[in-house]
Design a protein around this ligand. Structure first.
Ligand code: KG4
Ligand code: ZN
Length: 384
């Protein structure tokens, strides 16, 4: 992969007044009031590195995406993902430091995604972070990927101050979770998907409709000219719980496509030219959005949330944003597009708060592919 293909995911510059750092880390120079954290992300199919200052100022944010590599499989191929991480991760980290005009001595900590994610991908980032910590004496911070998605919204603190409690809806390719955040590091998981994640449903239905991977943007694009009411699809509300389920909707889409084109049952290839793709995409997207919006706004009301955060890849969906803003009982915050999908700036931002709380990790930590957030009361940020 050529460096020219890496994406510079820095948000446009903002005017910044940095937060007071109350607890200097081991390598902090006293005259330097800025806390700088290197973030590394390799939990799935993006190899990313970023430097964030004071939890909110992005100095660099590089993403080497593998999406085109996995497109032919219609989803992430784990072994291919880890091998690509191995190839590019060193260069991505070095380039992120170069772009920030910093060297390791200028940093205060190295934060890395420890889980949840693909084990073989996570170890690549964690091992590099350990090497950096060992060689430079920087504290190592193992970050929960879901927590990092939440901290993508703390990167906007300057213009959008955060007030707790916050109701967080994390919607990505691997997760659909409703989490109540009562303070930094204080999480309560209210509910999660019982089967497919919202993004996973987008990816699988896109594949069914012959659209490209990742499926979310492809479905959103196709849905623009479609009529959501053209087909009536099920909405699994799972009343009385905060959980989600999207597998029934996925099956309903399969049945619908089989009804429209019975010959695919005999193994014949899908003839997309004869399918009402925009209507199918719009009806599917509306069904997913209705469930997400209804449950998140109900939970925000029930737990008297001051703000509703929607983060993770699916939060890039414009129709979801609009519907959420219309229904929510409190202000809705969504990250800018470049911070919705996986990136390392959100990892570094979460790391800044961990560094302030002096919660470093030992160098012998392992990856946690199934690391849940907020299952134990208040236990999200700390060690499992
Ligand atoms: O957060 P993310 O980059 O990776 C995980 O942690 O899983 O999320 C990727 C997911 C994919 O399933 C992708 O299809 C979905 O986010 N996604 C979208 C959109 N952009 C990305 N889903 C719906 N609408 C979008 N515009
Ligand atoms: Zn993610």
């Amino acid at each position: 992969m050529k460096e020219a293909d890496w994406k510079d995911a820095r948000a446009p510059p903002r005017s910044l007044e940095h937060i007071a750092v109350t607890m200097p880390g081991p390598k902090r120079k006293l005259e330097d009031r800025k806390l700088r954290v290197l973030g590394i992300e390799s939990s799935c199919d993006e190899t990313a590195a970023a430097v964030v200052e004071d939890g909110r100022r992005i100095l660099s944010n590089l993403i080497a995406s593998q999406a085109s590599l996995h497109a032919k499989y219609g989803g992430v191929f784990p072994e291919v993902a880890s091998r690509r991480h191995v190839e590019v991760i060193d260069r991505v980290v070095v380039a992120a430091l170069e772009q920030a005009h910093l060297s390791f001595e200028d940093l205060d900590a190295v934060a890395v995604t420890r889980g949840p994610g693909l084990a073989g991908s996570l170890v690549i980032g964690l091992n590099l972070a350990k090497g950096i910590a060992l060689a430079s004496g920087l504290p190592l911070l193992g970050i929960n990927h879901l927590e990092a998605h939440i901290y993508s919204l703390f990167l906007l603190e300057e213009t959008h101050p955060v007030q707790f409690p916050v109701l967080c809806l994390i919607v990505s390719g691997g997760h659909t979770e409703l989490i109540l955040m009562r303070d930094h590091g204080d999480y309560r998981r209210l509910g999660a998907t019982l089967d497919d994640a919202a993004g996973e449903a987008f990816d699988k239905v896109a594949r069914l409709l012959g659209l490209t991977y990742p499926g979310g943007p492809a479905i959103e694009q196709a849905a623009r000219s479609g009529r959501a009411e053209a087909f009536r699809l099920p909405r699994a509300m799972l009343e009385g719980t905060w959980d989600f389920s999207f597998s029934g909707l996925k099956t309903a889409m399969l049945r619908l496509v089989q009804r429209l084109q019975p010959e695919i049952r005999e193994g014949k290839p899908l003839n997309t030219a004869h399918l009402p793709l925009p209507d199918l995409a719009a009806a599917f997207q509306a069904a997913v959005i209705e469930v997400l919006v209804r449950k998140a706004s109900l939970a925000a009301r029930e737990f008297q949330a001051t703000q509703l955060f929607v983060a993770g890849g699916v939060s890039a969906n414009q129709s979801l944003r609009t519907a959420m803003e219309q229904a929510a009982p409190c202000p809705v915050r969504t990250p800018p597009a470049e911070l919705c999908t996986d990136n390392a700036a959100m990892v570094a931002a979460a790391g800044c708060y961990r560094a302030l709380a002096r919660q470093g990790d030992a160098l012998d930590i392992d990856v946690l592919p199934d690391w849940a957030l907020g299952v134990t009361e208040g236990g999200g940020i700390r060690q499992p």
